[in-house]
Design a protein around this ligand. Structure first.
Ligand code: 2AM
Length: 173
């Protein structure tokens, strides 16, 4: 059996509510479909379809990753016109986040896992299938204290993607 997996930052309910406020307005602006608030996340490394027997190896990688907690100031909204998504993100990405993603990707590559060839562009997708992209702009900041990351599986449900957080690790340091 295959699982579609990725590592992600998953906000807690309080942060999610603050981020979710922007979805409907940006969906109207971009003429797109707002994602469900419960699905809001930032992908760190996309693994694609992976044989379920590899799950213990992947979980071991999550456990080996050493990275420090950090604050992420979500203060920008914008679009990826080609992917037709609108996102929330930061004007300045903390180097702790780049470090976390780089170290994770290195562990995955060493284990010949992860087929993510995209350059890491930290973002939280809030709207899909946009028809009218808008220019990047500042938004009222949401302070997200990031102290954990997780392994997520995604499958196609009747009303869009359904996500299961399989395992969570705390950031320490
Ligand atoms: P997105 O939000 O920018 O679309 C589950 O599909 C998660 O993995 C989403 O956050 C999605 O990013 C990301 N994702 C999907 N396909 C991907 C790919 N080929 N490379 C990198 N990330 C991908």
């Amino acid at each position: 059996m295959n699982l579609r997996l990725y590592f992600a930052l998953w906000p807690d309910d309080g942060i999610r509510l603050q981020l979710a406020r922007y979805r409907l307005q940006l969906a109207r602006e971009g003429n797109g479909r707002a994602v469900f608030p419960v699905t809001l996340h930032m992908t760190l490394a996309f693994l694609g379809d992976v044989d379920a027997t590899l799950l213990p190896v992947i979980e071991k990688i999550g456990g080996r990753l050493e990275a420090a907690p950090f604050n992420y100031a979500v203060n920008m909204a914008g679009c990826f016109p080609k992917a037709k998504v609108a996102w929330l993100g930061a004007k300045e990405t903390p180097w702790h986040l780049f470090d976390l993603q780089k170290n994770l990707q290195a562990l995955l590559t060493a284990a010949r896992l992860g087929h993510d060839t995209r350059t890491f562009r930290p973002h939280i997708t809030v709207v899909r299938d946009i028809e009218t992209p808008f220019a990047d702009r500042a938004i009222a900041p949401v302070r997200w204290p990031v102290d954990q990351f997780c392994l997520v599986s995604v499958r196609t449900g009747a009303s869009g993607p359904e996500y299961d957080v399989l395992k969570t690790w705390r950031l320490k340091g």
